[in-house]
Write a protein that binds this ligand. Sequence first.
Ligand code: COA
Length: 174
Amino acid sequence: MIRPAGIGDAAAIARVHVASWRSTYGAVLPGDFLDSLTQDAYTDRWRRFIAERSNLAYVVEEGQDPSANVVGFASGGRERAGETGYKGELYAIYLLESAQRRGYGRELVRAIVGGLRGMGIDDMIIWVMRDNGPARDFYERLGGAYVRTQPTTIGPATVEEVSYGWPSLADVRY
Ligand SMILES: CC(C)(COP(=O)(O)OP(=O)(O)OC[C@H]1O[C@@H](n2cnc3c(N)ncnc32)[C@H](O)[C@@H]1OP(=O)(O)O)[C@@H](O)C(=O)NCCC(=O)NCCS
């Protein structure tokens, strides 16, 4: 059900990405910005991301081949911003609304953790919008420790984002 993503998954990941951003951030980001996101633009971005061998990407699928449907994904890799103490990062994790709260998120994190370990990395940080309460509950449930808060720009909006860290991947509580 959970497997590494290939280039051929880019369009499906982009579809989930756009749908999940719209259902998650309706109250946080401007509606016309969310309306302007397109599957095509994200397909290109995801194709480039997956093609980079040092990046990690996993999808969760429902149903049987050949009609299996991607309903969620997670991405990760080396920490991107030079945060002291962290070499690994969970970049993104998004499920369709209909696929949430069924344990897929937890299993996607397990996959990213396995991928980071395979890269010789033993810690992980994530960034999440301060006002995304359900996602913060999820990271706290997995044992993430609050690191810090900073402003960030997303499209036309400036929002606060907070980070959670696991200084050792052995601290992730599934
Ligand atoms: C956040 C997200 C990835 C979590 O994945 P999920 O599959 O829904 O979560 P799981 O079923 O694996 O939940 C694991 C535990 O996390 C906690 N949790 C998950 N979602 C929660 C929520 N909405 N509210 C409170 N706690 C939550 C619970 O303790 C849950 O365990 P339980 O169901 O046994 O009580 C998923 O809900 C999602 O894609 N949300 C929308 C997009 C988003 O916000 N992504 C993160 C951006 S940084």
